[in-house]
Design a binder for this molecule. Structure first.
Ligand code: AMP
Length: 622
């Protein structure tokens, strides 16, 4: 490959150990070596100009690197791919290798997990597997994790930090209050380490490099992040975050759910935390010996800070913790976390805590691959888009067209979309919706990701994506078709009535298609904080039922082939129990997303056991 293109494949970030990631980016100035935040942005400006050709080169690298792997040989074995130029290889690849889903790779991944060291998906042996969160699909999936995965995580964090630093510069040497959690790891039969992708990243060299390079250090030591008990870790994150409160430059988590759950816990824990700060002690609720030792080595008695924090908390309690973040962390410049997609419903609460402090939406990716970076950090979560980083994987886009609801509603189809042929990144069009397909350095070839995105525009030659929803339909009884996003919109409308009444707020929600009785109907579960009269909840229920815009649903409700929507109010703490249940079954808090629709027995049992009241909609009664 010509030298110029080679340097474009990854930012010039030499950290001296040969791994090529050593760039400091604070306030746009150089920190180490030869890479500044301006330079990392410049690198992205260049690769994004040539999105299409960079993608061809990336595909060529992936295939040439893994040409001996069983999966690649199966489809491309008869072709001399080492000699082909990148355009010819792209045409061959997309015409010969089939579009697949994770299930197609499972037999290979299982063999790898069982200890088969032959090159199956990649030339280099895979020694680590990631577990996807499984909270959206209902079951966890194994995905290969390699050094490349950790390096791209470092790259996207570095790039995103560079864009943020242009608008919200932070102080060098400051602290980050990070609500991050490793899951427990385990070994497969073949001796491979399995954990969530975030767990592998927090344990990697790259996580340390990121802190050194950005000169921003997480408040909590590794023992708190990797303790394995999220309640004890949350207590320590909060304690240390407050112990260093004046130094905290920003607050972050992978998904914003973790920040909300931490601050909800704080409302209960603040007295205990202040006592610990006063005496330099650690509550007996933190039991893990390594965690205790690491935290006690950091904190020391600080009665002045404890009294100050106590006074602030007493005032905050009177105003329902409005503005908690800027009051307790006066130097924090912003909150940074994934706030889009299924995280959007938590943004209202975050705004309450943040009182105007900027909310910066974190980037778009999955266990399979990082995808896009937020290049406009000042945009609110509702408007944010992600510019695809064309060096991370080879991306294809399946155009999706909505069924013509008026004409097609009678067709019982597996989902809400009609598909067209996949196209490369260079051919996507603004305004069009697509499903993303990934070919990765970690051994997935033309694998559907299951996310629906919309091209909102372009950053140079690379698309800026709007995350729409998971593709899978979540609510369907007969001819009706509703996605996670449809449900989110409906719940947003229903909960507006609660908000207006100013007596209660929605904490979390999920749903279920009840089809065991005729006619089937939707059940929406709400956990609410505060008191709401039955008449108000009934009105919320009716409002939600009337707000489903899907034509199939409207017709079915009118013809009574779908029964009235049911709103089931569950007791306080129900969704915490659900979280605990997922965590007990191997999920990690850092990647947890409340399933917005469930048929999971464990979850349904919790919901049913915690049901307080049920309402049925009166919409479509006449
Ligand atoms: P995981 O199972 O943890 O790998 O979750 C990956 C999934 O989380 C993606 O496929 C998306 O559905 C969702 N996700 C990741 N990043 C974002 C984002 N920035 N906005 C919305 N959804 C996201």
């Amino acid at each position: 490959m010509p030298q110029r293109q080679e340097t474009l494949m990854e930012p010039k970030m030499n950290n001296g150990n040969g791994h090529g990631h050593g760039c400091a980016i604070v306030n746009g100035r150089s920190r180490t070596n030869n890479c500044t935040s301006d330079e990392v942005i410049e690198w992205f400006e260049q690769v994004s100009q040539k999105g299409g050709s960079v993608q061809k080169e990336i595909l060529s690298q992936i295939l040439k690197q893994n040409h001996g792997a069983e999966y690649v040989k199966k489809w491309l074995g008869y072709h001399n791919i080492q000699e082909m130029d990148s355009s010819a290889l792209e045409s061959l690849f997309t015409s010969v290798v089939p579009i697949s889903s994770h299930a197609d790779f499972e037999p290979f991944i299982q063999r790898i997990a069982d200890g088969d060291t032959n090159p199956l998906l990649t030339q280099q042996p895979i020694t680590t597997l990631s577990l996807s969160s499984g909270t959206t699909e209902g079951r966890q999936k194994f995905v290969p994790f390699t050094r490349h995965s950790a390096q791209t995580t470092l790259q996207i964090f570095t790039l995103a930090a560079a864009y943020r630093s242009r608008i919200y510069p932070i102080r060098e040497g400051g602290k980050i209050l990070e609500f991050i959690y490793s899951s427990n790891t385990f070994k497969t039969k073949g001796g491979l380490t399995v954990g969530t992708a975030t767990t592998h990243y927090y344990a990697s060299e790259e996580f340390k490099i990121k802190q050194e390079q950005t000169k921003s250090f997480t408040c909590s030591p590794a023992e708190v992040i990797s303790g394995g008990d999220y309640k004890q870790s949350t207590y320590c994150h909060l304690l240390l975050g407050l112990f260093f409160s004046d130094q905290v430059e920003f607050i972050t988590s992978a998904f914003v759910y973790s920040i909300i759950q931490a601050f909800r816990s704080f409302q209960e824990l603040w007295c205990e935390i202040c006592n610990d700060i006063r005496s330099g002690s650690l509550s007996s609720r933190v039991k893990l010996p390594k965690m205790r030792k690491a935290v006690l080595e950091i904190i020391s008695p600080n009665p002045i800070l404890a009294s100050k924090l106590e006074n602030i908390c007493k005032e905050l309690e009177l105003v329902d913790w409005f503005g908690l973040i800027p009051k307790l962390w006066p130097n924090a410049k912003y909150v940074y976390s994934i706030m889009t997609g299924s995280m959007l419903p938590y943004v209202t609460k975050l705004r309450h805590y943040a009182n105007g402090l900027p909310l910066v939406s974190a980037d778009y990716g999955s266990t399979e691959s990082w995808i896009g970076v937020n290049v406009d950090p000042s945009l609110p979560p509702e408007k944010v888009t992600f510019a695809v980083v064309p060096t991370f994987s080879y991306f294809e886009f399946i155009p999706l067209y909505r069924h013509n609801k008026q004409e097609d509603y009678r067709s019982i189809v597996a989902d809400d979309f009609i598909e067209d042929k996949p196209i490369p990144l260079s051919q996507v069009k603004a305004g069009q919706e697509y499903e993303i397909v990934l070919t990765t350095f970690t051994g997935l070839y033309r694998c559907r990701l299951g996310d629906v995105v919309e091209v909102a525009g372009f950053h140079n030659g690379t698309p800026k994506l709007n995350f729409v929803c998971r593709r899978k339909l979540i609510l369907t009884v007969n001819i009706d078709k509703n996605t996670e996003k449809d449900l989110q919109l409906v719940v947003e409308k229903g909960s507006q009535l609660l908000k207006r009444a100013k007596k209660a707020e929605l904490v979390d929600f999920t749903s279920y298609a009840h089809v065991s009785n005729e006619p089937g109907h939707y059940v929406i579960f709400w956990e609410i904080d505060g008191y709401a009269e039955d008449s108000l909840l009934e009105a919320c229920c009716t409002e939600m039922d009337a707000s489903f815009a899907d034509h199939g649903y409207v017709v079915s409700r009118k013809t009574k082939s779908i029964g009235p929507l049911e709103l089931c109010i569950v007791e306080r703490g129900t969704f915490k129990k659900i979280l605990d249940n997922f965590i007990a079954n191997g999920a990690a808090l850092s990647q947890f997303k409340t399933p917005r629709c469930t048929s999971n027995h464990g979850m349904l049992n919790i919901l049913r056991a915690c049901a307080l009241k049920k309402f049925r909609s009166t919409a479509y009664n006449t």
